[in-house]
Ligand binder design. Structure first.
Ligand code: NDP
Ligand code: HSE
Length: 432
């Protein structure tokens, strides 16, 4: 029998308790051993009692878990940086294998966790930290190990995808949909990290580190969230043949530099990621041998995330029984530079409110031209008050050039407001 110490019995922890019980026979068959939860660390005892966990298996003292020689695997699901970090490191030092869903921690402190795991010869698995129930960490690390990965583009936050889908399909209000996502257990304890793009940034930092063999931390990721997206932008996106998605993008260029960013993007309606709606997540990967592939599934929620956690537990149980760990460990053996957002070259959607009179368009085009920004498409919607809404799509331009042009435009009397600037992604994709 293999015994687990579970830290946290909230949304995901409860799912793990339920799944280990519901599929106990199958899990024992596949792992080669009976897998049971020996003790649960939880500050809210009622959550555990509601799941049928006996009071003597519940503790509020981590020492009861870390010092218990019967516990082989610690599953950390309390989230956040501390005390989760200390608990994981102490568990490893005691020779316990660790499974976690904690992307916050891995994205900032991954190096210490991997080094400690290596030093103490224990497994450290974290499939649930990216994409909830979608298998992506293992496939990227193992199944695609023979490829040079060129890009990883993900819809990596269920809450924001749910919000954008509902706003887009049902015209619902942002706040109302956010509250629904919280009630459904998708959002983080502090949903600001979902809507600000931080949660997706943590996940793409983890995936980039694996994909490009170079440590990418949260600080390396350029981040914009979805709070500025309006119904008008969603409507114009549709009119122009796009959808708006919060994308997490990581690419390696031909000079071995990494570009890693999270922001809302206009995505062509026929791109594989454009069809990923509601709480679903997807990760689109391009490798030199495999070409394009996409992993799709539920990126958040109790049972999908528990599925990923339990999959990791089963692999560790098998490792224990076979006295092995054949999985590729930390692969950050290179140090690749991160490209500044100013050097990015993409197409942009720009929406601005301007005075509607002769010469205005020419004046605006002149500013763009002076800054090497080339316009590809212009739409003008006039209103009754002698004002017009200008919607523009640029050709590929350097971000710094666009920012310089917008700085000049925002100081001109003919420009009343620059409402939105949103990058395009996926327009250059080779289709097969
Ligand atoms: P929850 O807040 O629902 O659960 C965390 C639980 O841990 C709560 O019951 C909390 O109690 C308890 N807890 C927190 N700190 C301590 C402590 N020091 N000692 C004892 N108990 C503690 O979070 P989730 O289950 O949603 O998330 C868990 C992890 O999984 C996080 O790292 C999250 O980012 C990750 N994750 C979550 C997904 C999801 O869909 N929810 C998807 C993918 C990953 P209390 O409530 O009383 O604070
Ligand atoms: N809050 C996250 C999301 C949970 O909405 O995707 C999964 O990490």
């Amino acid at each position: 029998m293999i015994q687990i110490g579970l830290l946290g019995c909230g949304t995901v922890g409860s799912g793990v308790v339920k799944l280990l019980e519901k599929n106990a026979a199958t899990i024992a068959q596949r792992s080669g051993d009976e897998v049971v939860i020996r003790r649960v660390l939880e500050q809210d005892v009622d959550k555990c009692l509601a799941l049928g966990i006996e009071p003597d298996r519940i503790t509020s003292n981590f020492e009861d878990i870390v010092n218990d020689p019967e516990i082989d695997i610690v599953v950390e699901l309390i989230g956040g940086i501390e005390p989760a970090s200390t608990y994981i490191l102490e568990a490893m030092c005691q020779g316990k294998h660790v499974v976690t869903a904690n992307k916050d921690l891995i994205a900032v402190n991954g190096q210490a966790l991997f080094e400690t795991a290596e030093k103490h010869q224990v497994d450290f698995y974290f499939e649930a930290s990216v994409g909830g129930g979608i298998p992506i960490v293992y496939p990227l690390k193992q199944s695609l190990a023979g490829n040079q990965i060129q890009q990883v583009i993900g819809i990596l936050n269920g809450t924001t995808n749910y919000i954008l889908t509902k706003m887009s399909r049902q015209g619902l209000d942002y706040q109302q949909v956010l509250e629904e996502a919280q009630a459904l257990g998708y959002a983080e304890a502090d949903p600001a990290s979902d809507v600000s793009g931080l949660d997706a940034a943590r996940k793409i930092a983890i995936l980039s580190s694996i994909a490009f063999n170079s440590r990418v931390t949260l600080d390396d990721v350029y981040v914009e969230g979805i709070t500025g997206i309006t119904a008008e932008d969603i409507r114009y996106a549709h009119e122009l043949g796009f959808v708006i998605k919060l994308l997490a993008i990581a690419k390696e260029n031909e000079w071995g530099q990494i570009q890693v960013r999270v922001h809302p993007a206009f995505l062509p309606a026929n791109h594989p990621l454009a069809a990923v709606n509601d709480v679903f997540n997807a990760v689109y990967v391009q490798g030199d041998a495999v070409g394009e592939i996409m992993h799709f599934g539920r990126g958040a929620g109790q049972m999908p995330t528990a599925s990923a956690v339990v999959g990791d537990v089963i692999e560790i149980v098998r490792n224990l029984n076979h006295h092995t760990n054949a999985r590729i460990g930390c692969t950050c053996y290179e140090q690749k530079p991160i490209v500044s957002i100013n050097e990015l070259e993409v197409e942009y959607y720009i929406r601005m409110r301007v005075t509607d009179r002769p010469g205005v368009l020419a004046g605006i085009a002149g500013v763009f031209g002076n800054n090497n920004v080339s316009i590809a498409t212009v739409l003008q919607k006039s209103s009754d008050d002698n004002m017009a809404e200008l919607i523009m799509i640029t050709h590929r331009v350097r971000e710094k050039s666009l920012r310089d042009a917008l700085a000049v435009l925002s100081g001109m009397s003919i420009v009343s407001q620059i409402n939105s600037v949103i990058r395009l992604e996926g327009t250059q994709r080779e289709t097969v």
